[in-house]
Design a protein around this ligand. Structure first.
Ligand SMILES: [Zn+2]
Length: 61
């Protein structure tokens, strides 16, 4: 998915909750950015498994 399309998705989705069922690699001018985008809400984050909370050990803030 292009970064531009991810931004449009985020605007359309708004602030609704999303469980990020499917991620897609993010591209900017044909090059992968290293981020993966949720195809439902458009949220982008590093790593192809960031939507799988149980597989990621996040630091406790
Ligand atoms: Zn999402």
């Amino acid at each position: 998915m292009k970064m531009k399309d991810a931004m449009s998705l985020r605007e359309l989705w708004g602030n609704k909750p999303c469980d990020h069922p499917t991620l897609e690699k993010e591209y900017e001018r044909g090059a992968a950015t290293g981020d993966y985008v949720c195809i439902q809400c458009g949220e982008a984050a590093w790593g192809k498994n960031w939507n799988k909370k149980e597989e990621v050990s996040l630091p406790v803030k």
